[in-house]
Design a protein around this ligand. Structure first.
Ligand SMILES: [Ca+2]
Ligand SMILES: [Ca+2]
Length: 209
């Protein structure tokens, strides 16, 4: 009798586990190579330069940036510029690191598929991160632009930043153009029109991840 009760409890527990939430789909990440020197790791908002090869589950290759002799690709991490599996799988990576990502369909091209990718495809990517740069919307860029500690950008600060960018890229100074660019940035970014760009207005939101 005792055993029966025990096994009954067991099967009830098992049933409740099965009925419970389905596990969240995950990206399977395997680090194939990590460089000895790693100055910084990739995070949301960074710009990443990557080479990649893409494979179907049966091992057929469907894309290779190197074999196609193409340039490595720049992407901004965490803003769904690429498939969700990449946004998740390319975090905390060092420049020079190589990873194998196995991405379920729900984090890739899903039920519909896309182009060469059939519906419900699990995809494998061999990715090499070539370079990391601060994204235009990164926390670091904001701090660089914010000359005092008030956590918001004034028109003056934005204009100073535009001026510095001109110098950095070796363009001759052009006051009118710089003024217009700063005004354009404000037009787009000062969402609540209070005359300042707050850090919240400036940085990307990652709510969907
Ligand atoms: Ca400021
Ligand atoms: Ca504002």
């Amino acid at each position: 009798m005792f055993m029966v009760v025990l096994s009954l409890i067991g099967s009830v527990m098992l049933a409740s586990v099965c009925i419970g939430k389905l596990p969240e789909p995950e990206v399977n990440i395997e680090v194939l190579h990590r460089p000895f020197i790693c100055h910084r790791k990739s995070k949301y908002g960074d710009m990443l330069l990557v080479h990649h090869d893409g494979y179907f589950e049966n091992g057929t290759i469907f894309y290779s940036s190197r074999r196609n002799n193409e340039q490595a690709m720049w992407l901004t991490l965490g803003i769904r510029e690429v498939i969700k599996g990449w946004d998740l799988g390319l975090q905390d990576m060092c420049a020079g690191e190589k990873r194998k990502l196995v991405i379920p369909p729900s984090l890739a091209y899903g039920k519909e598929g896309k182009g060469k990718i059939p519906p419900e495809s699990t995809l494998t990517f061999m990715v090499e991160l070539m370079e990391i740069r601060n994204g235009p919307r990164s926390h670091e860029s904001f701090q660089e632009m914010n000359l005092n500690d008030d956590w918001r950008l004034s028109k003056f600060e934005v204009k100073e930043y535009v001026k510095k960018e001109f110098e950095r890229y070796g363009y001759p100074p052009n006051d009118t153009l710089q003024e217009n660019m700063a005004a354009d940035i404000f037009e787009k970014e000062d969402k609540n029109k209070d005359g300042f760009i707050s850090s919240r207005e400036f940085t990307y939101k990652h709510d969907e991840l």
